[in-house]
Ligand binder design. Structure first.
Ligand code: ZN
Length: 195
């Protein structure tokens, strides 16, 4: 059994504003009792995070009384240029932000469509190297920076700020909307995955 995570990624926050936005949202989550204030060893991929607070059930659709007994059950806030991905599996399709044409990245047997994936492979890696490589759309011919393409099932999200909830039940849509509204109306992506 793997560990399941949900990450709300702010795809528009700049490196300069990410830290302050993170602090604002965290202060709200702590004051509402969604997460606890102290940082403890309760997340994967980082030293410490914020364990569920007394009222964490208000953030999810179907509260799980056993969540408090799960070792990795905390919130980790990422403030760093990051390619957020869904962990396991392959991205299935990607959509051009200009012409909205969707291109399949896997075939009917879930094998990667090499010629399409080749258009994106280097570009997706460029984000971590401080670059946002443009990709030319085979359909409309226009180019768009890799972080603006829309990935099926939100497989990828490129950003500087993300809130990862480890092993929480599905987050309530209203909770996601409220958290997003505290990010200054930035476009957010809810990415779900498994490690
Ligand atoms: Zn296009």
């Amino acid at each position: 059994m793997g560990d399941w995570f949900q990450t709300i990624v702010d795809t528009e926050a700049t490196p300069e504003e990410a830290q302050e936005l993170a602090a604002n949202v965290l202060a709200w989550l702590i004051s509402d009792g969604i997460v606890s204030a102290e940082r403890t060893d309760c997340v994967l991929g980082a030293d410490a995070g914020h364990a569920p607070g007394a009222r964490h059930g208000e953030a999810v659709v179907d509260p799980d009384p056993e969540l408090v007994d799960v070792w990795s059950n905390g919130l980790h806030v990422t403030v760093e240029r990051t390619v957020f991905d869904a962990g396991q599996g392959e991205p299935s399709a990607v959509t051009c932000p200009h012409c909205a044409v969707e291109m399949r990245l896997v075939d009917e047997y879930w094998s990667p469509v090499e010629e399409t994936w080749d258009l994106f492979a280097d570009a997706t890696e460029s984000w971590a190297d401080d670059y946002d490589e443009p990709v030319a759309c085979p359909s409309c011919g226009r180019t768009a920076r890799v972080h603006t393409w829309i990935w099926a099932d939100d497989y990828f999200a490129f950003g500087h700020l993300g809130f990862t909830f480890w092993n929480w039940p599905a987050l309530r849509p209203e909770f996601v909307v409220e958290l997003s509204s505290r990010l200054g109306g930035h476009r957010t992506v809810l990415l779900e995955g498994k490690l």
